[in-house]
Design a protein around this ligand. Sequence first.
Ligand code: AHM
Ligand code: MG
Length: 334
Amino acid sequence: MTNKNKTLGEFIIENQTEFRYSTGELSKLINAIRLAAKVVNHEVNKAGLVDILGTAGDTNIQGENQQKLDVLANEKFIQTLKNREIVCGIASEEEDDFISINSQDENHQNKYVVLIDPLDGSSNIDVNVSVGTIFSIYRRITPVGTPVTLEDFLQPGKKQVAAGYIIYGTSTMLVYTTGHGVNGFTLNPAIGTFYLSHPNMQFPETGKIYSVNEGNYIHFPQGVKDYIKYCQKEEGDRPYTSRYIGSLVSDFHRNMIKGGIYMYPKSSVAQKGKLRLLYECNPMAFLAEQANGKASDGFQRIMEIQPTELHERVPFFCGSKKMVEKAEEFMANS
Ligand code: AHM
Ligand code: MG
């Protein structure tokens, strides 16, 4: 069977021995995410019909309330994950606090916590630009059979057992890692099956694309300003090309394929940047490192950071290794 014909389901079964823990667990986890991804994909694709079918707050033809897509994506992922007997807790960008699952049942054996950004870049939905879902999976620290605590979620990124994203783009893809490289699967919408389309994805060692919101330029630290000027300078393989979608998953995905760096630095108006460590930066950092790239806060490895809050923010530099190293060099020298 060629790679092109391999489905996500077949791939999971073939590779489940790579998982550090018991085999069936990985399959259940990824399968739950695969299912939720298909449901959310269906909703995202209908987004342009909102004016016809009703806007948020309206009631649709079946008498159901129409919801905003990010709220709906949040519900679909939580619902699907709750139904599997493998997850003991969920944290989401859309929820103030984490959700504990089966906390009343002493016999439950669920071992994993999942952190998600159900619909990242959702402001792009209204203008038909790609958005994504990001997920990060850890094994709980507290004993099985007891309710999860905050400590189970506040683990450094290097403890992740799996992470990935779904990109709802010109086609829908699920890209994930369990610590053995990064593989990408494209959804065939006609039959609702993901096929392995991008085996062993790798960031080119260097690239020619830089992605940053340059509208914030005057507020950036000097090191970032200097690096941006370096990108623009006519010398060697520069100037680089500027590409910024404003949708982390899409910018990351393009840079992984073509070679590039994504930056969301801190600024004088946002001291810790914008992106969230636990369900945006850590999963992307795990993917980047597994794809031969790099992820940093400008000074240190993202996955080393010990989180202190569920929704904490962190400056983020991620992409082709040589480019991230160059940006760090400018940060260190400024
Ligand atoms: P969100 O979680 O509210 O959607 O914010 C995250 C998004 C990223 O996908 C994107 O890279 C960034 O915010 C864009 O922010 P800005 O508009 O400030 O450039
Ligand atoms: Mg987000």
